[in-house]
Design a protein around this ligand. Sequence first.
Ligand code: GUN
Length: 300
Amino acid sequence: MTNYQIIDGKAISDQIKQEIAAEVQQIITNGGKQPHLAVIIVGHDGGSETYVAHKVKSCEQVGFKSTRIALEADVTEAQLLTEIDKLNNDADVDGFIVQLPLPKHISEEKVIEAIDYRKDVDGFHPVNVGRMVIGLPCFVSATPAGIMELLKRYDIPTSGKNCVVIGRSNIVGKPVASLMMQKAYPGDATVTVCHSRTKNLKEICLQADIIIAALGSPEFLKGDMVKEGAVIIDVGTTRVASTETKSGFRLKGDVAFDEVALKASYITPVPGGVGPMTIISLLKNTLLAAKKEVYFSTND
Ligand code: GUN
């Protein structure tokens, strides 16, 4: 299949940003409050700083207010929990996130559980994860929601398809597997989750109509692991050193793009595929939080 189609996450995300911006404008015209996202970042991890900068910039682009709270890497867990408590109780903040990963001395589980689930626009809190699994209104975590949006906007059939998810992280693998099996579109797929202990991974992938690669291993998925016409979603964003870029690195996906694309019907590039959609989902969740459409409405 040499006529593959690129799933252009950048173009779709630009389109959705315009939709969100128009909605924000409408809220303000009607006398409503500007949606407000706060982001806590701990330490100086290069990747996290870049992601947070993108999140803050995207807020500006759609007309949200944003607050960036930067804490040093040696902040104590108790101090971080105090900051979370302040945001939980700040009526002006509609939603907030704590950028991961956190320094080793801080428990990510404790931090996530400390966030008021009604402001958890990352969708990481166990209440949101649980509600997502049983199909109740909730904040769905950003990357899986972004993948669903791409499938929807490209009208890719999922019902009855074999979907293989490679990777079982709490942030991507587990939630996206759950969404792909939900009784709705996009979903209704027969889902197999593969991970580091999976035997016959190649044989399983060769049965897949849709592969979602989310293991964080550059160019792991090769052409000979993919059947003709498969839909390929690449969630990998590993930074590898490069002399060809100003930053000194470039992002590599989990898919060996050149060889896999020749087999694929649709494929996401890295960068410009799933990545831009992750931020869009965060903006969408923040807008839902601001409109009180998830936890303070009659849907609740
Ligand atoms: N680190 C990598 N991806 C994410 C994300 O979606 N949210 C947060 N909070 N941290 C991350």
